[in-house]
Design a protein around this ligand. Structure first.
Ligand SMILES: Nc1ccn([C@@H]2O[C@H](COP(=O)(O)OP(=O)(O)O)[C@@H](O)[C@H]2O)c(=O)n1
Ligand SMILES: [Ca+2]
Length: 497
């Protein structure tokens, strides 16, 4: 009898201990679940913020509107392009004779910006204007005109309800570095062990090359960044006058100069234009830039005559690169230091527009050259029939521009057949255009922190799995507790504590 009673007491104590243990686990489980739930869901916010950047390029101005979730602005890859508008007409530097009209030329696109951004966000939306090589050249040739143009656009932008942050000419180094930041930010390369892309930007009046390198021999070409917890040591260079429109002027002026004195320049035969192409040009339109020397002629016009001979064109274009002098271990051209290119590159702006038009964005360097050779050999009439909707001015120049791009990449920057395929010709990454504007805004709004921002405790998938497992465990414990509670005692009665 005593033994039975002892057993019963022992059983009761055991059951009690089990129930207490299970209850403690249930309570702990709930506390853990609530804590994780609160921490994980903290940044759930769908408020958007906006920023506007105007890219005042040499050929035209574009207005870009960016948006990002307000709570996540320091996370890489969160800022996206919401809207882009191309200003009609030429770039702001073309207003040098009538600077007061430069501002109003932006009206249509600025009105679009007002529509695209919710009204309650207008006053807090920063707006920046950055001018590039067209304005750098105007500043060199006519400083006061460049100041008047900037004043005009600055005043005009301030008539809008946005938070005006200035209109200025950005340096070639900034243009290169911010293009590099844009490409890598959009590709989510920051804050990871992954390597970065180099950036190649071709404009109408300048071109930039930027990539990560270990060794830079010239301080003018160095920029260091610490982004999302990683250090980046960049090589960058901007070649003023080596945008495709200025190179065309340089190349034409060289041909004119080599003819000058021999004969009257009535016709200028050009291997880079299609056979049958025949257009009257003014000397002024070639010699109106600080990139080409002066020429004193009594004549005003000449006839630009196409020959359509790619190899000769290649020879002429090569002459714009001075390759002989280099005081560093390696150079690109014109005595400018450049380490050997390595890794992947994103080539955008006119690199993309021209190569895409010519269907040369994929394939080997040899293939690109032979396809371009075939294209350049097509008569002008055939070309016009093939592309009736492309403006003749642009259509006429693709043979020259394609040749310039291949020559710049091979002879200028020293890409070879072996690393040609590391160049990707890109227009957009996701929804956003590749270019310097996004990187410029990220930098000025401090949205690229030096250290990586805090991440959620668990990735979303891990969080859901963890919560499911925890719920399952708690449920099992509840069932177990219930079973223990309701277990029949030895006397046939239910056990009651
Ligand atoms: N759809 C387009 C747009 C621009 N472009 C060219 O791309 C270049 C853009 O240069 P830009 O205006 O940004 O000039 P930079 O100030 O950057 O030198 C110009 O040469 C335009 O003619 C093109 O070939 N196709
Ligand atoms: Ca540009």
């Amino acid at each position: 009898m005593d033994e039975q009673r002892e057993m019963k007491v022992k059983n009761r104590t055991m059951v009690r201990t089990m129930i207490i243990t299970i209850t403690v686990f249930i309570v702990l489980g709930f506390i853990l679940m609530v804590t994780i739930g609160v921490v994980q869901n903290k940044p759930l916010q769908q408020k958007y913020k906006y920023g506007i950047v105007l890219d005042a390029g040499s050929s035209h101005t574009s207005v870009y509107i960016y948006e990002w979730p307000a709570e996540k602005e320091n996370n890489t890859g969160m800022v996206q392009q919401k809207h882009a508008c191309n200003v009609k007409g030429k770039g702001i530097s073309s207003y040098s004779d009538k600077p007061t009209l430069a501002g109003a030329s932006l009206k249509e696109c600025m009105d679009e910006a007002c529509e695209a951004i919710p009204v309650h966000r207008h006053s807090e939306t920063p707006i920046y204007l950055g001018a590039t090589a067209g304005m750098r050249l105007l500043k060199l040739g006519n400083k006061s005109a460049s100041e008047e143009v900037l004043k005009s656009v600055g005043q005009f932008l301030q008539t809008y309800p946005f938070s005006y942050q200035g209109a200025r000419i950005i340096t070639g180094q900034e243009e290169g570095a911010f293009g590099w930041i844009t490409v890598n930010y959009l590709s989510n390369n920051f804050g990871k062990a992954s390597t970065t892309f180099g950036a190649l930007d071709l404009g109408g009046a300048s071109t930039q090359i930027t990539f990560v390198t270990a060794k830079v021999e010239s301080q003018d070409n160095t920029i260091d960044f610490r982004l999302y917890g990683n250090d980046y040591h960049l090589y960058t260079h901007s070649f003023l006058c080596y945008g495709k429109d200025q190179v065309l002027k340089m190349s034409l002026s060289k041909s004119i100069n080599s003819k000058h004195g021999q004969t009257d320049i009535i016709a200028l035969e050009d291997p880079c234009f299609h056979e049958g192409y025949n257009v009257t040009m003014t000397f002024q339109s070639v010699f109106n830039s600080p990139c080409v020397g002066r020429l004193n002629l009594t004549q005003n016009t000449f006839t630009h005559v196409g020959l359509g001979k790619w190899s000769e064109c290649h020879t002429v274009v090569r002459k714009v690169f001075q390759k002989s002098e280099c005081k560093y271990s390696t150079c690109s051209f014109n005595g400018v230091f450049q380490p050997p290119v390595h890794g992947n590159f994103g080539a955008f702006s006119a690199f993309y527009f021209v190569m895409d038009f010519l269907n040369l964005t994929a394939g080997s360097l040899d293939k690109a050259q032979s396809k371009l050779q075939e294209y350049c050999a097509l008569p002008w009439n055939t070309i016009k029939k093939m592309y009736p909707h492309v403006k003749e001015k642009y259509l006429a120049e693709y043979c020259f521009s394609g040749t310039y791009i291949l020559t710049l990449l091979e002879d200028g920057y020293n890409f070879t057949s072996d690393n040609w395929n590391y160049i990707r010709f890109i227009k957009k990454i996701g929804e956003s255009d590749a270019g310097w504007t996004l990187g410029y805004m990220l930098n000025l709004t401090n949205m690229i922190p030096a250290e990586a921002p805090d991440k959620p405790l668990l990735p979303y998938g891990g969080y859901v799995t963890f919560m499911l497992l925890l719920s399952f465990l708690i449920l099992s414990l509840c069932l177990l507790a219930y079973k223990c509670f309701c277990r029949p005692t030895g006397s046939g009665q239910r056990d009651v504590i």
